[in-house]
Design a protein around this ligand. Structure first.
Ligand SMILES: NC(=O)c1ccc[n+]([C@@H]2O[C@H](COP(=O)([O-])OP(=O)(O)OC[C@H]3O[C@@H](n4cnc5c(N)ncnc54)[C@H](OP(=O)(O)O)[C@@H]3O)[C@@H](O)[C@H]2O)c1
Length: 347
C-alpha cells in the first residue's frame, strides 16, 4: 500500500463475554462520581458499595448515585463479601496503601492513576497483587479508549514508518482549594496531568534512557509546570509539557517517517484521530461516536471485568512494565525539578 492510500482502522471489540461484576468504590470525590455514572450508563457493571472516611459522605454518595451500601471506612468496604472488585479513587499519596489493603483483603483492584507516588511504589503494588493472585491495574483510562485502539493498531502495523517523535501537552485550570494545589495531598502537575504524558510517550517509544527537564513551582508550593525532553531507544524523542497555569490544547502527535498521527484536543479523552501523510496532507480521520468526555471511563471497567472473568490478574492494555516505564520517567523529571512528595505522608 502506498503512503497516500493509508487509512485508519476501526477500533476492535476485545471481548465477547464480560461478566457483570460487583464494584466497591473507595472515595466519594470527582472521579468516583464520574466512574460510577459511566458504569451505570454504558455497562452491566454495578457499583454495589461505596467506602468513605466519613459516614455522611458515604451516604450522600450512595444516595446520589443509587448505590446500595454505604460504608464509613475503606476497611469495611474491603471486608464486604458482596464486592468483587475495588476501585481506588482517592488522592495520589493514598494509592499504594489502599491498593495493598485491597490486595490483602483478597479483592481485585483498579487503582486510579498513578499506581503509586513513584515507580517503586507502583512495582510494590503490582508484585503484591501477583503474589496474592488477584487482578490489579492502573486506571490510566486513556489506554483503554477506542481512540487509543485505533492508534495501537496503526503502531502494530507499522503504518507510520519509523516513529521518531512524540509531542504532547496537558495544561488545565484548577480553582483554589483543589487537591492538585495541595502539597499535603501530593499535589502538583507531574503526578496528575504529567502522568498522562509519560504514559503515552513510553507506551509509544519505550522506556526513557535519558531525561532533561525544567519546571516552575506554583505559589501553593507544588510543581506548577514542567517541560521534559525524553530520549528513548534509537535516538527517538518525546517532548512533553504540562502546566497548572493555563489551559493548553492537550494535543498528542506521534510522528513517523511515512505518516503522522494527531490526537487533537484532550488526547487523553474520547475524541478524534487524524492521519497525516508525510507531506502534511490529511489522509483520514476517525471520530469517536461516543459522546462525552468522562463517559468513556467505562471502557477500563469492561476490560477489568473481562480479564477477571477470564482468570487473568493483569491486562495487556496496561501491563506493570508499562506502568513502571511511565513512572520511572516521571521520577526522573521530578528529580531534575527537585520535586518531592515527602510533605504528603501516606494519607
Ligand atoms: N481519569 C481521569 O480522568 C481522572 C480525573 C480526575 C482525577 N483522577 C484521579 O482520581 C484520583 C482522585 O481524584 P479526584 O479529582 O476525584 O479527587 P477528589 O475529588 O479530591 O476526591 C478524592 C476523594 O478521596 C477521598 N480521600 C481519601 N483520603 C483523602 C485525603 N487525605 N484528602 C482528601 N480526600 C481523601 C475523599 O473521599 P472520602 O472522604 O469520602 O473518603 C475524596 O472525596 C486521583 O488519583 C486523580 O489523579 C482521574
Amino acid at each position: 500500500m502506498s503512503a497516500a492510500e493509508l487509512r485508519l482502522p476501526a477500533p476492535r471489540r476485545r471481548w465477547e463475554a464480560v461478566p457483570a461484576l460487583r464494584w466497591g468504590v473507595l472515595g466519594t470525590g470527582w472521579i468516583a462520581q464520574r466512574f460510577t455514572a459511566a458504569l451505570a450508563a454504558s455497562t452491566d457493571q454495578r457499583v454495589v458499595a461505596v467506602g468513605s472516611r466519613g459516614r455522611a459522605s458515604a451516604q450522600r454518595f450512595a444516595g446520589a448515585a443509587g448505590v446500595e451500601v454505604a460504608h464509613d471506612s475503606y476497611e469495611a468496604l474491603l471486608a464486604d463479601p458482596s464486592v468483587d472488585v475495588a476501585y481506588v479513587a482517592t488522592p495520589h499519596h493514598t494509592h499504594r496503601d489502599l491498593a495493598l489493603l485491597a490486595v490483602e483483603a483478597g479483592k481485585h483492584v483498579l487503582v486510579e492513576k498513578p499506581l503509586g507516588l513513584d515507580a517503586a511504589q507502583a512495582q510494590e503494588v503490582a508484585e503484591a497483587a501477583a503474589t496474592r493472585g488477584v487482578f490489579c491495574a492502573e486506571a490510566m483510562w486513556t489506554l483503554f479508549l477506542p481512540r487509543l485502539d485505533v492508534v495501537r493498531q496503526v503502531l502494530e502495523r507499522g503504518l507510520l514508518g519509523d516513529v521518531r517523535t512524540v509531542l504532547a501537552d496537558h495544561g488545565e485550570h484548577f480553582e483554589p482549594g483543589h487537591r492538585i494545589l495541595d502539597p499535603a495531598l501530593a499535589g502538583g502537575t507531574l503526578l496528575d496531568l504529567g502522568s498522562y504524558l509519560t504514559a503515552l510517550a513510553t507506551w509509544v517509544l519505550g522506556p526513557a534512557e535519558a531525561v532533561h527537564a525544567s519546571g516552575q513551582d506554583a505559589p501553593a508550593g507544588v510543581n506548577g509546570q514542567a517541560s521534559a525532553l525524553l530520549a528513548h531507544v534509537g535516538g527517538r524523542r518525546s517532548v512533553l509539557h504540562t502546566t497548572l497555569f493555563s489551559v493548553t490544547p492537550c494535543t498528542a502527535v506521534i510522528a513517523g517517517t511515512e505518516a503522522t498521527l494527531v490526537l487533537p484536543r484532550r488526547f487523553f479523552t474520547p475524541g478524534d484521530v487524524e492521519l497525516l501523510a508525510a507531506d502534511g496532507r490529511l489522509l483520514d480521520r476517525w471520530s469517536d461516536p461516543e459522546p462525552g468526555d468522562h463517559g468513556g471511563l467505562h471502557h477500563q471497567a469492561t476490560e477489568v471485568a473481562a480479564c477477571i472473568g477470564a482468570g487473568r490478574t493483569t491486562t495487556p492494555l496496561r501491563p506493570a512494565a508499562d506502568v513502571e516505564a511511565g513512572m520511572r520517567a516521571l521520577d526522573e523529571v521530578a528529580a531534575r525539578l527537585g520535586v518531592s512528595y515527602a510533605a504528603a505522608g501516606t494519607g
